[in-house]
Design a protein around this ligand. Structure first.
Ligand SMILES: Nc1ncnc2c1ncn2[C@@H]1O[C@H](COP(=O)(O)OP(=O)(O)OP(=O)(O)O)[C@@H](O)[C@H]1O
Ligand SMILES: Nc1ncnc2c1ncn2[C@@H]1O[C@H](COP(=O)(O)OP(=O)(O)OP(=O)(O)O)[C@@H](O)[C@H]1O
Ligand SMILES: [Mg+2]
Ligand SMILES: [Mg+2]
Lengths: 158, 161, 158, 161
């Protein structure tokens, strides 16, 4: 079990360094164990956005923390070859440039995996292959419109 | 494994029969606050075996059934159907796998795989290895993940092996 | 103490019904005590967006909860005649229409009180009287630009 | 009471002397993630008497002092000055009230009102009745407020009286 965990840990670190650098250009990322006990220690996450000091993830700004957490969670899902990624409004605390980088990374993943996003953000919407607009024209009842980006048609579905 | 279709009927705010035929690539769901976007994600969780009412944002299981509005009466059943294209991700001998879950106000729950009745555990086992349940990221999960001394990080890492 | 609390409670309820209706048109709002003990019971917050059922605030969507919580917190600050309102990115989970209504309410309050907002949202920015742009041109060091909306000039300050 | 000016020097990411002269109406602070917007709010909290390092997002008080970058050395002091127009909100006989707070790496802290040294408590008393500290809303406060059985709601209501 210890050997397996060590290998998984090393693999995740590599994947995390990749995803974090894509989201935070020239950024560095690391995962470490807080103590010597491989099976019991806490897992520490350290990141260093460009030009800043290497610190634990929890000590950064709202958007910087979100970026680091998302990078590591995506790394974990990549390592387990998740066939689907579902994300509900995780772009809310991110600025425009970070959203662009997140979108680019997800577009990269979408070649092999399915990606479902919920968003209020225009750029995220524009970057997707298909959009479903949900409304409550009739109060309290959800209705769906499917908006096709390719032919810009609005179709009522369901 | 690919999710091809999501069908809702009577699930939370989706009183009307609603179908999503998913295309390749990135699919986004958009709309005003409270219109039902997260409800769709709850439906996916529920139909793949989620039982935690807290995770599903319901105080009691009946809260998953359309509760009615001023102009529409409550419904008696909530149903969610998910259709998957199976390219190895699901341990069954079908190319297409349809998972259906129903819950009735009487308290009865039904579970079907390709229209064959089964138990909840059978549905949960289908998705146990695919990491489906931890494939859903939201604000809450990110916050829990940011708590430095919780077991969550370790559990996620161990689930990869 | 009981009498005073009762009066405060009634006053807040009125103020909350006002602020909530402004943020959620035709919406109803109420605050109640969970038990008979005026000084010990939990305080329950009930809201009803137009066309939906009256439920406790915690049971709604992310945006709907934020709207209800902000309405009640603003009501409390109004009742104590707060000279300043400071809000850090509370518009993040709100859709465009809710942001418009929040901005309108804050513009109303800004006649008597000072309002400082931090935001990533364009509409919130456009609705303000003055904007300070913060950047880190030099890595790790905050620099300020003051952007004057009236004359559209960009001035370096500090 | 009106906040007219905010001045920062050596406070968190504001290594350079920085001044904000606030106008009437709504003032917004904008910029990329991590550029220092919330740090300005932390400065306002700190200068009006906040002591909780957790609220100020600092593990130790020294974390409030500019810690240096690859191209700049750390500083030895953090200073925040707030200038208020007093139209009754502050219990002092001045029309203009300047509150200054400093913290040195040596561990020494200084507090001044209109350049007269005072104690931390004197600063805290100035703002005790103005409800200043609960006038700051952020995501965390909203989440805490949404917890139905916490004491927070009651404390806020009682603070009005
Ligand atoms: N059983 C039910 N019957 C009818 N309506 C329901 C039921 N359960 C939940 N709802 C309604 O669904 C709405 C919440 O939907 P949901 O959480 O999907 O919103 P959302 O689109 O994610 O919004 P946001 O952008 O604010 O996150 C609430 O207004 C709630 O009242
Ligand atoms: N003592 C310090 N010295 C130097 N930099 C610091 C210090 N304390 C905090 N910082 C830096 O300030 C940055 C955080 O700033 P802040 O929280 O104000 O960001 P923000 O503008 O609110 O971002 P967001 O939009 O993501 O909320 C962090 O990158 C942190 O490293
Ligand atoms: Mg939602
Ligand atoms: Mg911030």
């Amino acid at each position: 079990a210890v050997k397996q965990f060590r290998e998984t840990f090393a693999g995740i670190r590599k994947e995390f360094q990749f995803t974090y650098e894509r989201l935070s250009p020239n950024g560095k990322a690391d995962i470490r164990l807080s103590g010597d006990d491989i099976l019991e220690s806490n897992i520490e996450v350290w990141v260093q956005p460009e030009g800043k000091r290497l610190k634990r993830m929890e000590l950064f700004s709202t958007g910087e923390k979100t970026l680091a957490a998302v990078a590591l969670l995506l790394a974990i899902m990549r390592m387990r070859e998740s066939p689907i990624y579902i994300m509900d409004e995780i772009d809310a605390p991110l600025d425009e440039n970070n959203i662009e980088r997140l979108i680019a990374l997800l577009q990269n993943f979408s070649e092999k995996a399915q990606i479902l996003l919920v968003t209020h953000n225009r750029r995220t919407m524009e970057a997707s292959n298909s959009i479903y607009g949900i409304t409550m024209e009739e109060q309290g009842v959800s209705t769906v419109l499917s908006i096709n980006l390719n032919d810009k048609r609005l179709e009522l579905s369901g | 494994m690919k999710l091809k279709e999501i069908k809702l009927l009577g699930f939370k705010s989706f009183s009307k029969k609603t179908e999503f035929k998913l295309k390749a690539g990135i699919t986004t769901f958009v709309g005003p606050n409270g219109c039902g976007k997260t409800n769709i994600i709850d439906a996916i969780r529920w139909c793949t075996g989620e039982t935690g009412t807290k995770t599903l944002r319901a105080e009691r299981v009946e809260d998953l059934i359309f509760a009615g509005t001023e102009s529409r009466p409550p419904l008696g059943m909530a149903e969610v159907k998910l259709v998957f294209e199976n390219n190895g991700g699901i341990p069954l001998d079908y190319e297409e796998v349809e998972v259906k879950r129903q819950f009735f106000r009487s308290g009865e729950g039904k579970f079907l795989i390709n229209n064959t009745p089964c138990r909840l555990r059978d549905i949960q086992n289908l998705f146990a290895n695919s990491g489906f349940r931890s494939a859903i990221l939201d604000q809450q999960m990110i916050e829990d993940f940011l708590i430095s001394d919780s077991d969550m990080r370790r559990e996620l890492l161990e689930s990869i092996a």
